[in-house]
Design a protein around this ligand. Structure first.
Ligand code: GLC
Length: 477
């Protein structure tokens, strides 16, 4: 039998255990897809912190414990394991660091994730899994490749381990005060250069320098981040390391997001039973207090309400948008100014605009199912997942051509396509694009043809998991 490639996928979050955003979705679905398709070639395992938020611990098995040395600290490290769908998950337990109500946003996040990163490397002999590749994700795990390169390179069990850092969003780099480099990150003065960037400690920068591969979540974004506007100050480091740079588009778990089986829907449907999608639409209108009328197109926004998601473009264009015969639904939380804006918009247009300031998975699914258009005008979007989920539910995406939005949605005006797109970052372009969509909506035959086309587009991990496999194989050969 051929020897399997061993991969340890290190992540600060993974659904269904814990997910605060897109990374959680990806970590929850990519390793699963790899093990479904390639388990005869590879053994992929996942490791993440055991947060308080992981409430259901059915089937968790206690493996043992050890102590992790972080500079002068000796910290307890418990190890749990859970097997699900042929996949092994490891959880790092330390109540002092992880028994807190939120995953991130604490004064000592640097220390918490330095501990996690060191713990991942410390426990390998205990779990008896020395991987060929450690695949780290985002700044929270960025110290793993750094410790491999600085602390473990003389250890013969570890020196062949290759590292990949995947960045899901360049906005979050893990920036900390230089004063904690030695005392918390446990890096000597000599190693300081590696982590120092523009007067601060920058974990992502250090990982970019030492990892064997830098990957990101779409081809377009991997090109965009050569430019500082998208790289948030790290462009020169990416340019310097561009020979290591890869971009692979995310997929979604098409079993989890499937209108044929989704219990959250008012009625399940597929592209041969679109009348049941209409049933979802009128029920959604009823639920959200919009006037009930199957002929009025519903435009949905499900998003964090923050500037890089393009909220200002929406606001600037809103007056024009609402001149049309449309309804508008917004679900999300975010910056207070946007929350207030949308709430007052709802006050002013009760039967036309419905706003829910919330994270609500059940309602999100009802909105994907009941809406006609899904608006996602992000200013920057590494990949984006919602436009793929919306497509699966037949809500036609309207997107700004950046990053993963550009790579996943093609404009349908010129023959084949699966949505409506605009290139110019302006509310005028956004409004014009919505109007182009509404024109198609007016013609029932054209519209149902487009909805079917949109729903048929394959956003599963089928293609992308193969690209990850090739990346892993190339790296170790
Ligand atoms: C981040 C990015 C998003 C991407 C997700 C998963 O949340 O902002 O674009 O889809 O990570 O990679």
């Amino acid at each position: 039998m051929k020897k399997k490639i061993k991969i340890l996928f290190a992540t600060p979050e993974a659904s269904p255990f814990i997910a605060t955003g897109g990374l959680g979705e990806v970590a929850g679905s990519l390793p699963k897809a790899l093990m479904k398709k390639y388990s005869d070639e590879m053994d992929v395992r996942i490791i993440l912190p055991l947060y308080e938020g992981i409430s259901s611990r059915d089937g968790f098995e206690y493996i043992g414990n050890t102590y992790v040395q972080l500079a002068w600290r000796q910290q307890y490290c418990g190890i749990y394991k859970k097997v699900e769908n042929n996949l092994i998950y490891y959880f790092i337990d330390n109540e002092y660091y992880f028994k807190r109500s939120e995953c991130y946003g604490h004064f000592d996040d640097g220390e918490r994730f330095a501990f996690f990163s060191k713990a991942v490397l410390t426990i390998l002999p205990i779990i008896d899994f020395i991987p060929h590749i450690i695949h780290a994700n985002d700044w929270q795990t960025a110290l793993i490749p750094v410790y491999l390169a600085t602390k473990y390179f003389t250890n013969k069990d570890y020196w062949d381990i290759k590292s990949i850092i995947t960045v899901h969003n360049m906005e979050y780099q893990g920036n900390f005060d230089l004063s904690i480099v030695e005392d918390v990150f446990d890096l000597s003065n000599k190693e300081k250069d590696l982590i120092e960037y523009k007067g601060a400690a920058n974990l992502l920068k250090a990982a970019f320098e030492v990892s064997h591969i830098i990957s990101t979540v779409s081809k377009s974004y991997s090109e965009e981040i050569l430019n500082d506007y998208f790289a948030h100050g790290l462009a020169s480091i990416i340019q310097k390391n561009s020979s290591k740079l890869k971009g692979i588009l995310n997929g979604i778990d098409t079993l989890v997001y499937n209108p044929e089986t989704d219990d959250a829907l008012f009625k399940q449907y597929n592209y041969d039973s679109l009348h049941n999608k209409t049933y979802n639409k009128t029920n959604l209108q009823c639920l959200t207090g919009l006037s009930e009328n199957a002929d009025i197109p519903i435009i949905a926004v499900i998003s964090r309400l923050v500037s890089h998601k393009g909220m200002d473009l929406i606001i600037e264009g809103m007056e024009e948008i609402l001149k049309e015969k449309v309804q508008f639904i917004v679900l999300g939380r975010g910056d207070r100014k946007y929350e207030l804006y949308f709430k007052s918009l709802q006050e002013a247009y009760r039967d036309k605009v419905a706003v829910r300031i919330d994270f609500n998975n059940d309602l999100a699914r009802k909105i994907y199912g009941g809406s006609d258009f899904f608006l996602m005008p992000s200013i920057s979007e590494p990949c984006g997942i919602s436009q793929m989920i919306a497509s699966r539910y037949g809500s036609v995406p309207i997107v700004h051509e950046v990053g993963g939005l550009k790579d996943s949605i093609k404009d349908s005006s010129f023959g084949s396509g699966n949505g409506f797109t605009f290139n110019e970052k302006s509310s005028k372009a956004l409004v014009n694009t919505i109007r182009r969509g509404l024109k198609v909506y007016e013609n029932k035959d054209d519209w149902s043809k487009l909805v079917k086309e949109v729903m048929r587009k394959d956003f599963s991990w089928e293609n992308s998991s193969e690209k990850y496999r090739d990346m892993y194989l190339n790296l170790i050969n």
